[in-house]
Design a protein around this ligand. Structure first.
Ligand SMILES: [Zn+2]
Length: 417
């Protein structure tokens, strides 16, 4: 640490100007943004990012998965890279901080290091990952880069095949090349990410900075209940094969199961799609979008088995067929202890109160945790609002957390000197 100038900080005015400009791309009239992955709005944000990278005299790069990067190469041709990332895509009609804060703080970190001519013993790369939110393919960019995406995942995207094809066409990407974005793990020196907390714990604890200890595992499934369509007014109530009943019974059972037996876990049914879908037809098919999360692998497996059993029970009870299709799986991830210490000491240096916490939401950092030293910094979310235009982080907290990312990066690279 002694070699790091104690006064170095990010350029707050430039960071704010960037944040305000980016917030206008895909802006909604209620202070949110609508930038689903590979939509026109998202591609506009990426085009703007590319210009900012070029204006900063950094090397710009796009890989086969569409990940956009600003690179500050090591003067001595190092063959390892510290990645600092997040994402510029948003959920539909989401907030302006989720992902964007991390990408802009990463870019600002590289700019300041470049301007100050700081000795960089490894390559530094600020990266905007494709589709972190999983609108088309869950973690498409970071999973492709780390070799965690496979052909099956691309052939069966959770956002729909046609939607993926359209998005890739808009972005000028080829599905057949995406897996080539994989990098050799030995080239990854580490991964850092700043993100908003998306929950209320930092605010409630009066803490300025979250130091993430682990990220919950996430699985997503389509659960299909299959019955028989019938006239809603002629088939007796006790003689129906109503797919909607199976779906509803499972939904309630899953909710109760997690509430009663899995206090550290989450389950969500984000959608139920009926076929046919009409007032006067008993639905033949009901497809549920199911997602669940657990903090460690053992609980994850336990919960998975329990939910699948509940789904089968619901089908049996209502005399329905059932199909269960895995759409995406992301293992729980533990953050590197030394990187956590660097984050804590960076926050201490800046006089900020830090708090260790687990992340329920998934992040690109998950893809890297088993490959290289990985760490995540959280900025407080006001009232914990997230995936909503209400999402907000005070500007003071944005600046503080970006400075913690900057200082953690300096410490990380100085440990490599
Ligand atoms: Zn995010």
């Amino acid at each position: 640490m002694s070699s790091i100038d104690r006064r170095l900080e990010i350029n707050v005015e430039r960071f704010k100007a960037d944040f305000d400009t980016l917030s206008q791309i895909g802006a909604t009239n209620n202070d949110g943004v609508h930038r689903p992955a590979l939509s026109q709005n998202h591609l506009k944000a990426r085009a703007w990012f590319r210009e900012r990278v070029k204006a900063a005299d950094l090397v710009f790069q796009v890989d086969q998965a569409g990940n956009h990067s600003a690179i500050l190469p090591c003067q001595k041709n190092a063959n390892t890279t510290l990645l600092i990332g997040s994402h510029l895509d948003s959920v539909p009609y989401g907030g302006r901080f989720d992902g964007a804060l991390g990408v802009l703080a990463a870019l600002e970190t590289l700019r300041v290091i470049n301007e100050c001519n700081i000795n960089v013993p490894i390559n530094l790369e600020a990266i905007d990952f494709t589709d972190e939110e999983g609108t088309l393919v869950n973690f498409m960019g970071s999973f492709a880069l780390t070799g965690k995406l496979d052909k099956e995942g691309l052939d069966n995207p959770r956002g729909g095949r046609k939607e993926l094809e359209n998005g890739l066409n808009r972005a000028g990407l080829a599905k057949s090349d995406i897996l080539d974005a994989r990098r050799e793990p030995k080239t990854l020196a580490g991964y850092l990410e700043l993100h908003v907390e998306q929950g209320p714990r930092l605010e409630r604890a009066g803490a300025d900075i979250g130091v993430v200890s682990s990220i919950a595992g996430i699985s997503s499934y389509h659960v299909k209940f299959i019955g028989r369509e019938d006239h809603a007014a002629t088939i007796p109530m006790d003689d129906r094969l109503d797919a909607g009943l199976g779906a509803s019974a499972f939904y309630l059972a899953a909710h109760q199961l997690v509430l009663r037996n899995y206090p550290e876990c989450y389950v969500n049914v984000g959608n139920i799609c009926y076929e046919p879908a009409s007032f006067n037809i008993v639905p033949r098919k009901a497809t549920l979008s199911l997602e669940f999360r657990a903090p460690n692998s053992e609980l994850m497996q336990h919960l998975r088995d329990a939910l699948i059993n509940k789904a089968k029970d619901a089908a049996e009870e209502h005399k329905l067929g059932i199909e269960i299709e895995l759409l995406g799986d992301c293992a729980p991830a533990t953050m590197d202890e030394q990187v956590q210490e660097l984050i804590v000491s960076s926050a201490d240096h800046l006089g900020l109160k830090s708090l260790s916490l687990r992340s329920g939401p998934g992040h690109d950092a998950q893809a890297f945790a088993d490959l290289c030293p990985t760490g995540m910094i959280f900025a407080p979310s006001i009232a914990g609002a997230s995936h909503s235009p209400r999402e907000k982080t005070s500007w003071n907290d944005c600046v503080n957390s970006a400075n913690v990312l900057f200082r953690t990066t300096l410490q990380f690279i100085s440990s490599k000197l």
